[in-house]
Design a protein around this ligand. Structure first.
Ligand code: ADP
Ligand code: MG
Ligand code: MG
Length: 214
């Protein structure tokens, strides 16, 4: 069972890396509006390294938790930039949550793991909703997962509702002025453009869908 779960982690991360490769130019363009234009590059580097690290761990016989832990470290090491460090910490926290507390209900398990990842991002980066960061998409995503799990819905239904909430929230960041990160000095220029980290968050959550809710 653990080898099967490890394979799921590897598959999910390969999907994430592939999706981000397709999105790389768009993320770079969004980040160039008020930031330094490297968000696509960073996300591709980080996710590709994460997928490779997870694959190596799985090949060495490690389980899903160890695969995710190695993936988080590799993402933070190889991505460069603020988002890389935050994604690394978030994935590490997901691994920790899955290891620490086995939850039987699959929807509740997903919700708890995602919540732990986002809590780590918030603890490290200090962003709150409204600051125009990935947290603006991540927070409603986690909240929707928790609501769906509490309502006893199936993982696929819960994941899709959460994706909808995250997409709407990511698009709504276009109206905001960044209060954190590299885009802050050019905050006015960013109005009208969604936050690149919020957009990439939705892409990642969409990419893993078919793996986490088969
Ligand atoms: P850098 O800004 O170092 O070039 P990236 O371009 O890869 O890094 O990532 C920029 C994204 O990181 C932003 O669009 C935003 O979503 C996210 N971000 C920046 N600072 C924070 C923070 N303190 N907390 C959460 N997310 C942040
Ligand atoms: Mg950047
Ligand atoms: Mg940068």
């Amino acid at each position: 069972a653990d080898a099967a779960e490890a394979r799921l982690v590897v598959a999910a991360l390969h999907r994430v890396a592939g999706t981000l490769r397709d999105l790389e130019p768009e993320l770079g363009r969004l980040d160039a509006v008020a930031g330094d234009g490297d968000h696509g590059r960073g996300m591709v580097r980080g996710s590709s390294a994460a997928a490779a690290a997870a694959q190596a761990a799985a090949a060495a016989g490690h389980g899903a938790v160890a695969c995710l832990r190695d993936a988080g470290r590799a993402w933070a090491d190889k991505a460069g930039g603020t988002s890389g460090v935050l994604w690394g910490a978030g994935i590490g926290a997901v691994a920790h949550a899955l290891a620490a507390r086995p939850v039987a209900d699959p929807s509740a398990r997903l919700a708890a793991a995602v919540r732990a990842g986002i809590a780590a991002v918030v603890a490290l980066g200090g962003a709150q909703p409204g600051d125009k960061t990935m947290v603006d998409a991540a927070e409603p995503f986690a909240a929707a997962l928790e609501q769906g799990a509490a309502a006893g819905q199936d993982p696929a239904v819960v994941w899709d509702a959460a994706l909808d909430a995250a997409l709407t929230a990511a698009q709504a960041t276009a109206d905001l002025r960044p209060r954190l990160g590299r885009a802050r000095p050019l905050a006015e220029r960013s109005v009208g453009t969604p936050d690149p980290g919020a957009v990439s968050f939705v892409a990642v959550a969409g990419a893993v869908r078919s793996v986490v809710v088969p």
